[in-house]
Structures are given as structure tokens and as C-alpha cells.
Write a protein that binds this ligand. Structure first.
Ligand code: FEO
Length: 397
């Protein structure tokens, strides 16, 4: 992908990964690919801010060589050491051994452990430290746990350009670089998925960091995250979305997730769905065996209620429900209500276990939770599901 000028003297020099379909091992589905954004700030001195995932090193080097002589690169700023951004670090440092590395203390320790054996000139920075490049100045802002302990943001004051690494990013491959060039609904969909699956547990820190950045009087004209599209037309759009997600504000919406063995739990799920729908409340239904867990989690950040259903098998819920419940426990979504439902044969148990898992994830159970029916639900029992759907709808309105 060609080098792209962001503003005079700041260039995107990264790589587009069209084909990646899973990120963080199997943990995160990336239906729309991703990008590894790397930025070159060129002034009297030159600074490269972040590199790319290792397999894309040659692309980064090619892009850099279009603009600079790597043997004259002055600084390499490492906002974050995760491999998708630091994979090319050793090769860049081999080609530019004179470059001084600017990063947090934790990043320096991490880089030495991950890429063992290098003799690199580390310069440790703290929030408010600056690096003068000539007419441009870099300001560093530590951002621990957004989303790793080493994370930091780099801000180019004279241009109002914030380079916050993973924050405000999206796994979205495109031939375009900017928010005003693409379908913004697709981009916001991926930004929501990114926040829900990666940043959600750190929401309190997100709010604190946004407040800190505001108090620093930072004027943000452009946000260049390390994945996806650069926010230049409307950076406020993604900042407002982060405020909403971090506060746990959601829409009047319900998500139903379930699986079924012989259709009984399926019938219950449909009756609940119809009950919610009948009240004019938005509801989405996901059968787990044909759905993507990460997409469900994305839907959940904009919903107020989650209804989880499974029949009982071997005194447990179905095994494919477990990964979602495990994720919820780690992600700890705020301000959600929920319930469990399901059918059983000779012995129950799944519904109680789901309730325990929901409670463990911080979901407040509605009083109607615990709908469990033997063998096949009767018309009266399905009517009861419908009515519970109506009652849940009333609670999220
Ligand atoms: Fe935390 Fe995009 O890496």
C-alpha cells in the first residue's frame, strides 16, 4: 500500500493485512482484515512511531526508503510492544542502529525480553516528556492498560495529531486511509467490536485517560490509531463513542444467545424474541453454533439485556455456550441485566449454572430468570416465555 501523507511531514508507512481472519490466536475474529499503522514524522530530525507485524517488515522498509535513508533515522518511538506493532522492531534497528528508542520503562523491559540479544539505546519517557524534532514536537502520554502495561500515546502538538496505538482502532483493511473515504458505518461497527472485545475491561481507565487528555489541553485534530482508519474528518465521533462504551451506556436493545439439542430451547428463544419484539424493542438472536462469539460481544455493548439459553446435558449447559460465558467474565460488561433459560429431560441444571456465570460477569439477573421446562415446552409454557420477553423489554425501555 503506498505511503500516504497525513499532514505535511507526517506519513503513514504501514501495511494492510487483507487476509487475517483471526487475531490474538483464535481469540478474535477479523472478518474485514486489519492494518498495521506505522507513522513517520519527518522534520530536521526523523522519528518512526511504531512498526508493523513481522511478516510485513519488507513493506514497512520499502515505504520508509521512499522517504528517508534508514541509516539516518534518528528515533524509533514504541508506543506498544505487542508483536503486531513491534514485529519489525529488530529489523528496523538492524538497518538503523543509530536510532534512539523512545518508550516507557515497561516497553523497554518487554522489548529486551521479546527480542533478546539487541544492544539498543533506550530512552525512557513519562507522561509530559517531549522530544523536539525541529518545527515539530512529540509529547508522550503513558496509557498503562490501554491495553497493555507498556502502552503509551504520542502526540504531535503542532499538527494536533494523536497517535494512540491500539486505542480508537479497528480491524479494518481498506485501500483508503481516512474516515472520510470509507463507509463509516462499517468502520464504527469494527470500532465497536474492537472496544467490546479488547478494551471493555479497562473502561474505567479509558474514562480516566480521556479526562486526563482533556485536562492536558490537548487539541486533537487527527487521530491515527495503529489499526484501521485514521480519524481526520471527525475524530470526535470515535471519542464520543468511547465515552459511551466506557460509561456502559447502551441502547434499549436485547441480545438472545442460545443453543439447542432437539429444538425445545430454540422454541423458547423464539418465544422470548417475539415477546421483546411485541413491545417495539430491538432484539437480536444468535444461535451459538452458527454465530461468531466476537460479533455477539460487539452487539452486547450496545444492548441493555442478555438472555442466555441452553438445554441440560450431563448436568451442564452445552459446551459451545461456555466460551461466551468465559469471555463475559473477563470483559465484565457494565450495566447489563440478564437471564437464563432452557429445556431439560430427566434432570435440569444448565439454567442455574448459566445464572451463576452471568452473575459472576456482573450481569444483574431479572426476577423472571430461571425459565426451565421439561422435555418439550407446552403452548402455555411458550406463552410464559413470550410474556417474560415482554417484561424484559419493559425493563430496557
Ligand atoms: Fe495490542 Fe494492536 O496490539
Amino acid at each position: 500500500m503506498p505511503v500516504t501523507k497525513i499532514v505535511e511531514g507526517i506519513y503513514w508507512v504501514g501495511a494492510v493485512d487483507w487476509n487475517i481472519r483471526y487475531f490474538h490466536g483464535p481469540a478474535y475474529s477479523t472478518h474485514r482484515g486489519t492494518t498495521y499503522n506505522s507513522y513517520l514524522v519527518k522534520d530536521e530530525k526523523t522519528a518512526l512511531v511504531d512498526t508493523v507485524y513481522g511478516p510485513f517488515t519488507a513493506e514497512l522498509v520499502k515505504n520508509l526508503r521512499e522517504i528517508i535513508d534508514l541509516s539516518k533515522l534518528d528515533y524509533l518511538v514504541v508506543n506498544h510492544i505487542e508483536t503486531d506493532h513491534s514485529g519489525a522492531f529488530p529489523e528496523i534497528m538492524r538497518l538503523a542502529p543509530q536510532a534512539k528508542v523512545y518508550c516507557t520503562q515497561r516497553a523497554a523491559e518487554g522489548l529486551q525480553k521479546i527480542y533478546q540479544g539487541g544492544n539498543w539505546d533506550f530512552n525512557i519517557v513519562r507522561t509530559g516528556d517531549t522530544l523536539n524534532l525541529g518545527a515539530k514536537t512529540l509529547t508522550f502520554i503513558e496509557a498503562p492498560m490501554l491495553h497493555w502495561p507498556d502502552s503509551m500515546f504520542t502526540y504531535v502538538k503542532e499538527d494536533g495529531v494523536l497517535l494512540p496505538n491500539d486505542a480508537f482502532g479497528q480491524h479494518y483493511a481498506s485501500s483508503f486511509r481516512f474516515d472520510d473515504e470509507v463507509d463509516i458505518h462499517e468502520v464504527m461497527d469494527e470500532a465497536a467490536k474492537y472496544y467490546a472485545n479488547i478494551l471493555l475491561p479497562f473502561s474505567a481507565l479509558v474514562l480516566k485517560k480521556l479526562e486526563e487528555v482533556t485536562n492536558m489541553g490537548i487539541d486533537i485534530k487527527i487521530i491515527g490509531p495503529s489499526h484501521g482508519i485514521i480519524w481526520r474528518q471527525n475524530p470526535g465521533r470515535i471519542i464520543d463513542a468511547y465515552l459511551k462504551w466506557a460509561k456502559g451506556d447502551a441502547d434499549s436493545k436485547v441480545v438472545i444467545v442460545y443453543d439447542t439439542m432437539w429444538e425445545s430451547t430454540h422454541k423458547m428463544a423464539l418465544a422470548l424474541l417475539e415477546g421483546v419484539q411485541s413491545q417495539g424493542v430491538g432484539v437480536k438472536l444468535f444461535k451459538m453454533s452458527v454465530s461468531d462469539r466476537n460479533d455477539i460481544i460487539k452487539e452486547l455493548i450496545n444492548a441493555k439485556a442478555i438472555l442466555v439459553g441452553s438445554p441440560t446435558i450431563n448436568n451442564e449447559f452445552l459446551p459451545n455456550i461456555a466460551p461466551l460465558l468465559d469471555d463475559l467474565k473477563g470483559l465484565k460488561p457494565k450495566n447489563k441485566i440478564g437471564m437464563a433459560f432452557g429445556s431439560y429431560g430427566w434432570g435440569g441444571g444448565a439454567v442455574k449454572l448459566i445464572e451463576e456465570r452471568l452473575k459472576g460477569a456482573g450481569v444483574a439477573l431479572v426476577e423472571q430468570s430461571g425459565l426451565a421446562f421439561k422435555w418439550v415446552p407446552t403452548p402455555e409454557e411458550l406463552k410464559q416465555c413470550f410474556e417474560v420477553g415482554q417484561q424484559v423489554a419493559a425493563q430496557v425501555k
